[in-house]
Design a protein around this ligand. Structure first.
Ligand code: DAH
Length: 345
């Protein structure tokens, strides 16, 4: 009996010191102590040799011993479960977490679509600087100093000068890129120039101090007003669908002669009359015309040999008609509730 109690004590110490670093070792522990032929069972088998008066006390000691082995098994199991959780609890066949992707800005969507339509007609993309000198923005485009039409565009000056032609400014239109292109390329020229422009306007739903334009320029022999009309008609049909109607109204721009503005049937009310078209059924979308001979001469292009057409339109206006966005400020406020609505073209 004494000997048996000593054996139990030493086994308890052995159990307490046991470790299992794998499922196999854990199983070995279980078999050794708690298996059908394990030590707990073996010692329980000694019960029959214990004198009757000690059976109760010995039974309690045995139960406690069994409990020690069981507790240790549970503890080793838990410890192993934690370190091995990666292998045993992960299901690698599950799909991965979805990554939230951003959306394109509506103005970029519309600009890209505009660019791709003109690319199909053979137009190349040209870009120019947003900080311009007076010559490229005004002078070269037939707007010399003191020209009254300069008042049409409230200019932000970066650096004013007593001689206006030496001033630096934020370009007021992408027509300045026309000048950059004619300066470096010889006809035939066929480019579109998307970009940001700036004007000193009070910010409201209808006006902003910066907005976006796409400019077009086509110079070659025998380019006519009919080419201009057909090109722009193709563009709006691709942009808004075959149902769209167009009309040209005579207008004035210093860099074109003759000049015209183009209206399309209102895409919001289908021409029935609404706030956007001011109940006329028509919305102005661009300015255009035949490149003024003086502009060609400014770049050494012979106006007797070459003719060209040009146009400029606002990306915000096209986006408004496409997506019915009626407050220009939304485009620059970075409100995700607004931006996330534009998933694709
Ligand atoms: N630059 C003009 C504006 O910002 C738009 C424009 C009109 C561009 C006629 C042109 C054009 O190229 O031919 O209002």
């Amino acid at each position: 009996m004494e000997q048996l109690l000593q054996q139990i004590e030493s086994l308890k110490a052995e159990i307490a010191a046991s470790v299992a670093s794998s499922q196999e070792e854990l199983e070995q522990f279980r078999i050794k102590y708690l298996g059908t032929k394990g030590l707990v069972k073996q010692i329980m088998g000694e019960m029959k040799n214990v004198p009757v008066e000690s059976k109760k006390e010995f039974g309690q000691i045995l139960n406690a011993f069994k409990q020690v082995a069981e507790d240790k098994l549970a503890q080793l199991q838990e410890a192993l479960g934690e370190t091995e959780s990666v292998d045993t609890k992960q299901d690698y066949t599950l799909p991965g977490d979805t990554i939230a992707v951003g959306t394109r800005h509506p103005l970029n969507l519309v600009r890209n679509q505009m660019v791709s339509i003109f690319k199909r007609l053979g137009f190349a993309v040209a870009e120019g600087p947003e900080i311009e000198d007076d010559w490229h923005n005004f002078g070269a485009m037939n707007l010399p100093a003191d020209h009254p039409a300069r008042d049409m565009q409230d200019t932000f000056y970066v650096q004013e000068a007593t001689d206006a032609s030496a001033a630096w400014l934020l370009r007021t239109h992408t027509s300045s890129v026309q000048a950059r292109v004619m300066e470096t390329q010889k006809p035939p020229i066929r480019v579109i120039c998307p970009g940001r422009v700036y004007r000193n306007e009070t910010i409201s739903a209808r006006a902003h101090c910066f907005f976006h334009q796409v400019e077009g320029l086509y110079i070659d022999e025998n380019v006519s007003f009919a080419d201009l009309k057909q090109t722009l008609y193709f563009f709006v049909q691709e942009m808004f669908g075959k149902e769209v109607k167009v009309r040209f109204r005579p207008s004035y721009f210093p860099f074109t002669e003759p000049s015209a503005e183009m209206d399309i049937s209102c895409q919001i009310c289908a021409g029935k009359g609404c706030n956007i078209c001011k109940h006329t059924g028509w919305v102005e979308i661009l300015g255009s015309g035949m490149v003024h001979p003086k502009v060609l001469e400014n770049f050494g292009i012979d106006p007797e040999k070459y003719t060209g057409f040009a146009f400029g339109m606002g990306v915000e206006r096209i986006a408004q008609l496409k997506y019915q966005v009626n407050d220009l400020r939304l485009y620059s406020q970075n409100d995700l509730r607004f931006l996330q609505q534009f998933k694709s073209v």
